[in-house]
Design a protein around this ligand. Structure first.
Ligand SMILES: *[C@@H]1O[C@H](CO)[C@@H](O)[C@H](O)[C@H]1NC(C)=O
Ligand SMILES: *[C@@H]1O[C@H](CO)[C@@H](O)[C@H](O)[C@H]1NC(C)=O
Ligand SMILES: *[C@@H]1O[C@H](CO)[C@@H](O)[C@H](O)[C@H]1NC(C)=O
Length: 353
C-alpha cells in the first residue's frame, strides 16, 4: 500500500475494510494476529500462552505463562527441574524474556533451586535496572522476590546422573585434559601438550536432543512483540556453563518494529552467531520469515556442518516460519503455531535444510 498513490475513494474503502476487520492496519496480513509460535511440539505451552492472550493478558504475560507451563510439566526433560543434571548431578536453569516494544530484557542463568526461571527473568525486567543475573546470586534475588527455594533434583535426574557416572562420565564437554576425558571421569587438569589442530574443530559428532529449549514468540493484536526461552541446559554440562537461551539475540530476540526469533539446539555453537538477532535483522531488511530462518542456519553450518539446531521466525504482520540443520537423525523440526487463522494451537513441521 503506497502512502501517496491510490484515489481517495480507494483509500477510504481500504480504511473501511480494515476497520470492519477490527484490527490495526499495521501489516498486510494483520488478520493472522495475534500469533504465538514456539519451538517443538510443546502443545500445552502453546495453549497456555494462547489462553493468556485470550484472557486479556499482555504479550509478556503470554510468554511467561507459556514457557512457565513447560517448566511445570518438565517438557522433554529439557525444561524445568529434574532434567539435564550437570557434572555434579545438579539441575540448574536458564531463562530470558524480552519486550519488543521497549527492548528490555530480563534473564537468569545457572539459576539454582528455583523452579520458575522465566518468572524470575520477568522480575528482572520489572524490579531491576539489570538484564542478566546468574548463579547463586540470582537465586538470592529470586528468593527476595518471593520464589520458593526447592531441590531441583528428582529420581529421574539422579538416575541419569548415576548412569553417566557408571559410564565413566561419557559423554562430557571436556577436551585437552588429563586424565583423558574420552575415557574417564575427572577431576581433570589441563593437558599442556595437546595438539594445536584439535583446538578449533567445531563439534563433529551429532548430539540429537541432548539439549532442547522452549523458545516462544508472541505477537499481540496491536503488533506488540515479546519473546522468551526456558531450559535446563545441556545434560552433563560443566558447572557454570551457560548456553544460548538466556542471551538476548542468541536464544531469542524481539523487536516490535521488525519481528522476532528464537533458537533451539546446540547452544554452545549457536550462541556464537547470535542467530535470533540475525534472523530479526534479515526480516527488517525485507526477508520473509522462513527465508530469514534458513539464512541463519546456513551461516552457522558453514563453520559447524553437523550442528544440531533450529530457529523459529515471525515478522510484524504475523507470518512465521522455521528452519533446521539437517543431520542424521534430525531431518524434520516440529513446532507449534497459534493464530486466529489456525483456530487452535497446531503442530507445524518443517523439513530441515
Ligand atoms: C499494545 O498492547 C500492549 C499491551 O498488551 C501495550 O503495552 C502496548 O503499548 C500496545 N501498543 C500499542 C502500539 O498500542
Ligand atoms: C553399571 O554398568 C554395568 C555395566 O558396565 C552394569 O552391569 C551395572 O548394572 C551398572 N550399574 C548401575 C548402577 O547402573
Ligand atoms: C511478512 O512475511 C510475509 C510472507 O511470509 C510477507 O507477505 C509480508 O509482507 C511480511 N511482512 C512484513 C511486514 O514484512
Amino acid at each position: 500500500m503506497g502512502s501517496g498513490g491510490g484515489s481517495p475513494e480507494l483509500r477510504w474503502s481500504l480504511l473501511l475494510l480494515l476497520a470492519a476487520g477490527g484490527w490495526a492496519p499495521r501489516g498486510a496480513a494483520a488478520a493472522s494476529l495475534p500469533l504465538v509460535v514456539n519451538t517443538w511440539a510443546f502443545r500445552k505451552a502453546a495453549e497456555t500462552a494462547w489462553s493468556t492472550l485470550q484472557g486479556g493478558g499482555s504479550e509478556l504475560d503470554a510468554v511467561e505463562h507459556g514457557c512457565g507451563q513447560c517448566e511445570i510439566e518438565q517438557c522433554d526433560g529439557s525444561v524445568g527441574y529434574g532434567g539435564s543434571p550437570d557434572e555434579h548431578g545438579e539441575t540448574t536453569l536458564d531463562a530470558m524474556i524480552m519486550d519488543g516494544n521497549t527492548m528490555e530484557v530480563g534473564a537468569v542463568a545457572d539459576l539454582r533451586r528455583i523452579k520458575n526461571a522465566i518468572g524470575v527473568a520477568r522480575k528482572v525486567i520489572q524490579h531491576t535496572k539489570h538484564t542478566l543475573l546468574v548463579g547463586e546470586s540470582a537465586t538470592m534475588f529470586a528468593e527476595s522476590m518471593g520464589f520458593p527455594s526447592e531441590d531441583l533434583t528428582t529420581q529421574k535426574s539422579l538416575s541419569i546422573y548415576l548412569k553417566w557416572l557408571n559410564r565413566s562420565c561419557q559423554p562430557n564437554f571436556r577436551k585437552n585434559v588429563t586424565p583423558d576425558a574420552a575415557k574417564s571421569c575427572g577431576p581433570y587438569k589441563p593437558n599442556e601438550d595437546f595438539r594445536r589442530e584439535e583446538q578449533n574443530v567445531l563439534e563433529k559428532t551429532v548430539h540429537i536432543h541432548s539439549h532442547d529449549t522452549i523458545g516462544m514468540i508472541v505477537i499481540g493484536q496491536n503488533g506488540s512483540i515479546a519473546a522468551g526461552t526456558s531450559t535446563n541446559g545441556a545434560v552433563h554440562k560443566i558447572q557454570g556453563r551457560v548456553g544460548d537461551s538466556p542471551i538476548a539475540g542468541a536464544g531469542a530476540y524481539a523487536d516490535s518494529t521488525a519481528g522476532a526469533a528464537a533458537a533451539t539446539g546446540d547452544g554452545d555453537v549457536m550462541m556464537r552467531f547470535l542467530p535470533s538477532y540475525q534472523a530479526v535483522e534479515y526480516m527488517r531488511a525485507g526477508m520473509e520469515p522462513t527465508e530469514a530462518c534458513q539464512k541463519v542456519i546456513s551461516r552457522i553450518r558453514r563453520y559447524a556442518p553437523y550442528f544440531f539446531g533450529a530457529v523459529i521466525c515471525a515478522n510484524t504482520s504475523g507470518s512465521y516460519g522455521a528452519a533446521c540443520n539437517k543431520v542424521p537423525g534430525f531431518t524434520q523440526f516440529h513446532f507449534m503455531a497459534s493464530s486466529p487463522a489456525l483456530r487452535q494451537p497446531s503442530e507445524q513441521i518443517v523439513d530441515c535444510i
